[in-house]
Ligand binder design. Sequence first.
Ligand code: GLN
Length: 282
Amino acid sequence: MIAPGSTLAQARQALPLDPLENRILLCHALHLPRVALITQSERVLTDAEAAQVTALVQRRLDGEPIAYITGEREFFGLSFRVTPAVLIPRPDTELIVELALERAAPRSRLLDMGTGSGAIAVAVASNRPYLDVTALDVSEAALAIASENAAANGARVRFLQSDWFAAVGDERFGVIASNPPYIVAGDRHLAEGDLRFEPIDALTDHGDGLAALRTIVDGAPQHLEDGGWLLLEHGYDQAAAVRALLKARGFDEIGSWRDLGNIERVTGGRFGIDRGDDRRIS
Ligand code: GLN
């Protein structure tokens, strides 16, 4: 892949991935900042360095996601550590962060359910330091990564190990946000690209794709303050189904919002607006 005695510039040319990925893996393997590819372009790689670059590029050629190879992904302008214990944060998920930020009253409480890498909770908390942010996940390994990400980004987030609402007690929140597993069992995307390497239980409910969404919609009214918002990320073809779930559960102001690809990606609603406790029946 890289001829002996190659310079950085020559190695970069010789690598078989697309130019962006070549650059990322070259810098990662050699612990170099991006600018070094220019300032040190004539530096000759040692054999050990060439072998190191080749090994990472081979992993990528074998299909491993670039974020798992580098252990890092940017989301909402922040850097997140990622491992195969957590989903790789998607640009599409920035939408639910924006919607949550718009709806969270100053100093109110927000809950992120199924936080994974902590992307939603950490992005929200880092943009609204006075919010009281809780993030839960059933996976201990995910919570370890998420709390690292909160600390690394200076975000104040409380973490809770919980199977959806199981460990939430009688707590209530002004906003509940979630990007749960929503891919239908057997969907061909699960066998393609990055998804093959991601934690399967974070991607699919092993059923119709709506199981986790149903559980969250059912439980949310008992954990929302009056007029509180539930915001749910879902699959490209699930918006109408999620709106129907919210309607059946008594939510108001139900709507769906489109992602960067113009696909309805987040659906939400408010519960118990000006109606006091009488609708808080489970
Ligand atoms: N949006 C992801 C995908 O389609 C799935 C994430 C999820 O299931 N929450 O790749």
